[in-house]
Design a protein around this ligand. Structure first.
Ligand code: FAD
Length: 371
């Protein structure tokens, strides 16, 4: 691991693991506060949508740890969410909200009778016991979306797609290893063996987590620098906007030209058939987001949806939002509350993964010393 942490993440990234670790040390406490705010801790979704790809998803994860505690009475929602919930109640019986999303990178659930609101802080992502053939089938289908039928430059976009998925998978594995159930004590805590087996023994998986960290952070930097955060109504929590800015600011210190040095999205989708390549990329990632409705474990599905929506939003911001002028056409490039909440929580997941990797590194060194 020692040499590894000094390595430059990626030729195009130009930033080391160590630099990201230091940045994350500054960002982590700020993210802790932000994700506990009412605006960011509540996620709206349809938890019971039919799997669109295959039948036989009736198998349920019966563990208590697979369950999600939903906020059943919308009147119990924090005040900031009341207007949306009440408006939704009135509209549900009328025309369903049109899914504007065919141009988006992920499918976002419409508000309907099955809509639920979930407090993410009360339903943490951790070990649930979900596994075996069922979860294997899901991951297999997700990776199979990596099959592109692209033109000449397919390697770059295909490689990027694969790394993003692998980084998401590795981040989920890191969380479940960090919050693993000890059957003796019935407590959740770090399990080094699980981490090494799932992530630590695979440098490429760790690398992909860091790459996703940069990807999502860059999307947040772009939203901030284009002034899009000003478009959000944080109700009486205007300070939240400042907290968010304050969290993003230190990442500018990484280099004079952070936007260039972190991850160069401009190197992708440059071939002569870029339009088709991007369409296919978009379609494939949309399918990944739809596969989340096939996940049998509710808690895993919840966090799977949060994260695919978060990555989908990051892709939309980085690849489709070109300049501030376009933002004035909100119907084309609107970023909804759900998308911003998913983006911020996905960054929180990655930031926690980076912190956990550091902690597992220490545990690993201690275990080696003992041997
Ligand atoms: P899996 O993690 O299922 O991996 C299957 C195969 O994929 C491996 O054998 C390996 O060949 C390959 N692989 C593994 N990791 C990577 C990687 N990073 N990059 C590339 N290839 C890889 N379980 C929980 O306990 N809590 C959760 O919150 C949770 N959320 C989930 C969310 C989703 C969307 C899905 C599909 C599953 C989730 N699971 C969760 C289940 C968990 O991800 C594993 O599937 C389960 O623990 C079984 O693990 P496994 O060892 O069989 O390997």
């Amino acid at each position: 691991w020692d040499n590894f942490t000094q390595t430059v993440i990626d030729e195009s990234a130009g930033v080391t693991f160590e630099e990201i670790n230091s940045l994350n040390d500054i960002i982590r406490p700020k993210m802790d506060l932000i994700t506990k705010e009412n605006f960011f801790r509540i996620f709206r979704l349809d938890l019971y949508k039919q799997c669109p790809f295959w039948t036989g998803t009736e198998g349920f994860c019966m563990h208590r740890s697979c369950a999600v505690d939903t906020i059943d009475d919308w009147k119990d929602l924090p005040e900031i969410w009341q207007p949306e919930a009440l408006g939704a109640l009135e509209n549900v019986s009328r025309v369903p909200e049109s899914n504007k999303a065919s141009k988006d990178y992920c499918e976002i659930d419409e508000i309907n009778e099955d809509t639920v609101y979930v407090d993410l802080v009360e339903n943490p992502e951790r070990f649930t016991g979900y596994g075996g053939d069922q979860s294997f089938q899901i991951w297999k289908s997700i990776y199979s979306e990596n099959c592109f039928n692209l033109g000449q430059d397919q390697c770059m976009e295909k490689n990027f797609f694969y790394r993003m998925i692998s980084g998401m998978h590795a981040s989920i594995s890191t969380h479940l290893s960090n919050q693993y159930l000890d059957l003796k004590t019935k407590q959740y805590g770090p399990n080094l063996k699980q981490f090494m087996f799932r992530v630590g023994n695979f440098p490429d998986r760790i690398e992909n987590i860091y790459l996703n960290y940069i990807l999502v952070l860059k999307a947040l930097i772009k939203l901030e620098s284009l002034g899009i955060l000003d478009n959000f109504e944080f109700s009486n929590q205007d300070q939240l906007r400042d907290e968010l800015r304050d969290m993003i600011m230190p990442s500018y210190q990484l280099g004079d030209n952070t936007e260039e040095c972190l991850f160069d999205e401009n190197s992708l989708f440059q071939s002569s058939d870029a339009v088709e390549v991007k369409d296919e990329f978009k379609q494939n990632f949309r399918n990944v987001s739809r596969i989340m409705d096939c996940v049998h474990c509710d808690r895993c599905r919840l966090w799977g949806k949060v994260q695919t929506t978060g990555y989908g939003t990051a892709l939309k911001v980085l690849f489709d939002l070109h300049n501030a002028k376009e933002i004035r056409e909100p119907s084309r490039y609107e970023i909804s509350n759900v998308e911003l909440i998913a983006l911020v929580n996905t960054f929180d997941r990655l930031s926690r993964s980076v912190e956990s990797i550091k902690n597992f590194h220490t545990l690993y060194d201690l275990a080696i010393e003992k041997e």
